[in-house]
Design a protein around this ligand. Structure first.
Ligand SMILES: NC(=O)c1ccc[n+]([C@@H]2O[C@H](COP(=O)([O-])OP(=O)(O)OC[C@H]3O[C@@H](n4cnc5c(N)ncnc54)[C@H](O)[C@@H]3O)[C@@H](O)[C@H]2O)c1
Length: 397
């Protein structure tokens, strides 16, 4: 059983607390911190939390708690981690870990030097669908993963600080790209080194300094590519989809819109439908279990089980640092309009990766490129002569 300090009473503080207190959990938030006394008191009342404070250090040093959960704006993560590491507590920090890779590396060093447990709260790699899809991929069902594409788009975030580059560190890339990048990395393999990034980013709609849309390609050492598609300009709710293609198979995941719960109402019911839903009448797409669909239950279970067992969780601050390094390269590429290297001062994965293609033997003389059943019932084989390199076709009845 863990007693938790919750930092932040905004959207994520609420989802995290709802998850931690859900299903009669043994783990309980004991103290909550917010800048505003009114908001802290209301949050504590709503979620049955014994203590609240407007003093971040006091919340972190609360003598009863052993875990600090950080649900504050991006520019406050380093300060919160520094205080929590000094207090010797286990630290769970929301995404993105930091605004830049330099800031993320400082954060990583702080927890490693203090020797405290650290977990990176990247919920979207923990959705039940994603966990099962990653397992199938690891079991070889897709062969070698070649392309892992991940999209998160919605009409834009719900609080002022996200839109201010100084506080957030950037726009849609830093806010949503961090999820997509870690999803792709999880399918391609977290030990495979990300080498370089090509990214387009623009401010298409909103009057802000940061990008509100971006598409990027991340090239990995084994030849696989991760693709992220992010936007704060998308209309119609929150689009969360992933596609994974391998030499032997394909996975398509849809997490939010059109997940099998479609409802039509001409009058609505006067309330919230789902995160970032744009309307409450007409055809709507409610989500049966938001915390489950976004991975929060599995994520906290992994974090707190790992803490109990003295193990590393699936996602820790090192993963957060790698994601920040990839995003830094994406920002550089959006400026230079070229492939930019991913600069990883600390790399803990494999030094080398097999980037060769997958050859299929046909006979002693040929490789098989492709086999297809044609409408006339014949089978066409496309073959490559091993010695000459010539490509030929053979039709068999
Ligand atoms: N799926 C996810 O993992 C997910 C979803 C949303 C947000 N987040 C992350 O959670 C963090 C918070 O986002 P949110 O959506 O809860 O934001 P929010 O605006 O809803 O809440 C932010 C909280 O921080 C407090 N705060 C704001 N400025 C502050 C300041 N200067 N000093 C002290 N406290 C301050 C606010 O009062 C509020 O309690 C961000 O890092 C964000 O990227 C993660």
């Amino acid at each position: 059983m863990h007693k938790i300090t919750m930092l932040g009473t905004g959207l994520i503080g609420m989802f995290y607390t709802m998850t931690l207190h859900g299903l009669r959990s043994r783990d309980q938030v004991q103290v909550v911190y917010s800048r505003s006394a009114e908001r802290a008191a209301k949050f504590a009342g709503d979620w049955n939390i014994p203590r609240w404070t407007t003093d971040m250090a006091a919340a972190i040093h609360d003598p009863e708690t052993d875990v600090v959960v950080i649900g504050l704006p991006n520019n406050l993560h380093e300060e919160a981690v520094t205080l929590a590491a000094k207090a010797g507590k286990a630290i769970l920090c929301t995404k993105p870990l930091a605004r830049t890779a330099d800031e993320a590396l400082r954060i990583l060093k702080i927890v490693e030097e203090a020797g405290v447990f650290h977990g990176y709260l990247e919920d979207l790699v923990y959705t039940p669908k994603t966990l099962k899809a990653i397992k199938s991929t690891q079991n070889g069902a897709l062969g070698k993963v070649l392309w892992a594409r991940s999209r998160e788009t919605h009409p834009g975030p719900h609080s002022d600080w996200f839109w201010d580059k100084e506080q957030s560190g950037g726009g849609a890339i830093i806010d949503l790209g961090c999820h997509c990048i870690e999803i792709s990395r999880s399918f391609i393999g977290k030990r495979v080194k990300p080498l370089e990034v090509m990214c387009w980013a623009d401010t298409q709609v909103h009057p802000i300094e940061a990008e509100d849309s971006a598409v990027g390609l991340v090239r990995y050492a084994n030849g696989a590519v991760g693709q992220f598609e992010v936007s704060w300009t998308f209309r119609g709710g929150m689009d969360l989809r992933d596609e994974v293609s391998g030499t032997e198979g394909t996975i398509w995941l849809n997490h939010w819109l059109r997940t099998g719960f479609d409802m039509f109402t001409s009058v609505g019911e006067g309330g919230y439908v789902a995160e970032k839903a744009e309307g409450s009448t007409g055809w709507i797409f409610p989500v049966g279990d938001e915390s489950g669909s976004l991975g929060y239950f599995e994520m906290f279970a992994d974090m707190l089980n790992a803490l109990d067992k003295g193990q590393k969780p699936v996602e820790d601050f090192y993963d957060g640092y790698v994601v920040n390094a990839i995003m830094d390269a994406a920002y550089r590429s959006a400026q230079s309009k070229r492939w930019e290297p991913v600069n990883l001062a600390v790399w803990r994965g494999d030094a080398e990766a097999d980037a060769s293609g997958v050859l299929r033997e046909y006979d002693a003389q040929h490789y098989l490129i492709k086999e297809e059943k044609m409408p006339d019932g014949q089978t066409k084989l496309i073959l490559k002569d091993k010695a000459s390199g010539k490509v030929i076709q053979k039709v068999v009845s």
